[in-house]
Structure formats: C-alpha cells, structure tokens
Design a protein around this ligand. Structure first.
Ligand SMILES: NC(=O)c1ccc[n+]([C@@H]2O[C@H](COP(=O)([O-])OP(=O)(O)OC[C@H]3O[C@@H](n4cnc5c(N)ncnc54)[C@H](OP(=O)(O)O)[C@@H]3O)[C@@H](O)[C@H]2O)c1
Length: 283
C-alpha cells in the first residue's frame, strides 16, 4: 500500500526517505552505485542471484531477472519493508562475444533474455507502484554498445539497442504518470564483466572468423581491463537521481568514447564503419 504522503513527491524527499532498487548490486557498477548511495544516506535495496555470496552495507534481495517469479518476489519483499519506491536502476547484465554467423543460438537468446526481457520484467513489476505514487525515476544502464553495433559483440549491441528503443518509447508512455526514464551509457570499464563474458567460439581452426575473432577479442579485453573505475558510473547515477530534470542519455567514458558516440550521430555510416573497424583491428 502506497503511503499517501509520498504521492507525487519522490525527488523532493531527503536521501533517508528515498528508496532505491538496484538490480545486479553484487559487483561492478551496481555494487559501486549501491555503496555510494548507501553512504549518502539513501535507502538502498540491491539484488543478486546469490545474495549469500558476500556481505553488503545495504539490503540484498535474491533475484534473477530471467525468472519472473523471483522478480515478483523481490519487488514484493521490498514493498513489504517500504511503503514507496522512488528509483529503479536496471543494471543487471552480462555480455557475449562471438561471430554472429557462428553464435550458438541458445547463447544469443540468453543475451537478450537477460538484458532486454529481464530488464522489462523488472520494469513491469515496478511500474504499478510508481504509477500509484505518481512519481518515480527509472535508470536503465545501457552502454556505448547501445549506440553503435560492435563487431564480435553483435548480440550484446542488439540487446542494448533494443533496451534503448523501448526506454525511449516508455519514457513517453509513463510521462503522464510523473515517471521519468534515463539511460546511462558507459564506455569500457574495469569490472567483472570482462571475465564473465561468454564467448561462443567454434573450436575449429578452419572457421573463417577465428583469426579475426581472436585478434578483436584481445582488443576488447585489453580496453576493458584498462578501462575506467566503476565509481565513475556510480557518481553519474547519483547526479541523475539528484537532478530535478535529468537528461535522457548520459555517456560515461573517456573523451575518445564520447567523440565516437558523437561521430556516430553525424557521420555517414560508411565513414564511421571505417573508423570503428580499424579500432577493432579489422581491415
Ligand atoms: N563493464 C563495462 O565495460 C560495461 C560497459 C557498458 C555497460 N555495461 C553494463 O553495465 C551493467 C553492469 O555490468 P558490470 O560491468 O558492473 O558487470 P559485473 O561486474 O559482471 O556485474 C553484473 C551484475 O549483474 C548481475 N547479473 C548478471 N546476470 C544476472 C541475472 N540473470 N539476473 C540478475 N542479476 C544478474 C550480477 O549479479 P549476480 O551474479 O550476483 O546475480 C552482477 O551484480 C551491465 O548491464 C553491462 O551490460 C558494462
């Protein structure tokens, strides 16, 4: 039951009255954001598929975004403890790497299952609460890969493109209910993401993609391992939460990554393709 006193006033509240729900809070961006917001006094609820795997300075709920029942249960558990929910941060995710033609079908589907369908599952569970409150903020963690199709990460890019598209559409549908959406688009960052990436590689030296895939894979891994600190993303998310009128897309990354996003928007694709291919060692 929503507490009437909170209707229509989510971001006028003090941090200690502001309830934040963060998916995938056991590592990387989710953990850094949950820690920062807890430190700032927010009422933080994180999720993990395995909450017993660590100890957390915030409440950790068990949730797998690909299991509808676990999403329903996690949101119900949060709403048993709180009488409102102000901010949802959809961060849970993982990546796959592969040549599109050779990607194992089940892995390709799993990529979209987690990033696209999983995120939507959580959003649809939370929207009734935010609509009743007539206020709420939903931040979807996308990626620069959601702005440009990355070679050998085609399904990852597709999942983030899909997430970006539905975030734009939903933003207009829920605006009349006082609910805002925003997209955070990080560049390469050093988190568990790199070691957890699932590669679909055909174990056959005659694969026409193998040599290029291995070459590009080294570049992808190296860039992420030398990437930024996830705290940078946490600080951006904190900034969005504090703003009365947050921007819709926030890119977090190095200057060259920001320039790439800008160039993608203005250059003819053939020109941009040449730049991106050479970045990934593709002749
Ligand atoms: N690192 C980068 O360079 C980068 C760049 C751009 C965007 N991103 C995006 O940022 C988000 C966070 O990534 P990260 O870099 O922080 O990676 P990470 O360190 O691997 O953290 C991923 C988080 O997602 C959770 N998760 C994974 N699959 C899940 C599932 N099926 N259900 C529920 N939770 C799940 C994990 O929790 P449990 O394993 O505990 O369940 C973990 O807390 C992802 O959406 C990713 O696509 C990352």
């Amino acid at each position: 039951m929503i507490n009437q006193k909170y209707i229509g006033m989510a971001r006028k509240k003090k941090p200690e009255e502001t309830v934040v729900f963060i998916t995938g809070a056991s590592s990387g961006f989710g953990k850094a954001t949950a820690e920062l917001l807890t430190e700032k006094g927010y009422r933080v609820y994180g999720t993990s598929r395995n909450p017993a795997s660590g100890s957390w300075p915030y409440t950790m709920l068990k949730m797998d975004v690909t299991e509808p029942l676990s999403v329903i249960q996690a949101v119900a558990e949060l709403m048993k403890k709180e009488d409102h929910m102000d901010v949802l941060i959809n961060n849970a995710g993982f990546g796959i790497g592969s040549a599109i033609e050779e990607t194992e079908w089940t892995l390709a589907r799993k990529q979209l299952e987690v990033i696209f369908w999983g995120t939507l599952q959580v959003i649809r569970q939370v929207l009734p609460v935010m609509r009743d409150q007539r206020d709420g903020l939903i931040i979807n963690v996308s990626s620069i890969a959601g702005r440009m199709g990355l070679p050998y990460q085609g399904f990852y890019s597709s999942a983030k493109f899909a997430l970006e598209g539905i975030t734009e559409a939903l933003s207009m549908e829920v605006k009349p209910f006082g609910i805002k959406l925003a997209l955070v688009e990080p560049g390469d960052m050093h988190t568990e993401f790199t070691s957890r990436r699932e590669w679909s590689v055909v174990d056959d030296p005659s694969s026409p993609y193998l040599e290029q895939l291995n070459k590009t894979r080294k570049i992808i891994d190296k860039n992420e391992l030398n990437g930024g600190n996830p705290v940078k993303v946490a600080r951006k998310i904190y900034g969005i939460i504090r703003k009365k009128h947050p921007g819709f897309r926030v890119v977090v990354g190095k200057p060259d990554e920001k320039i790439a996003v800008w160039l993608k928007g203005i250059l003819p694709f053939r020109w941009f393709e040449r730049i991106l291919s050479s970045f990934y060692g593709i002749k």
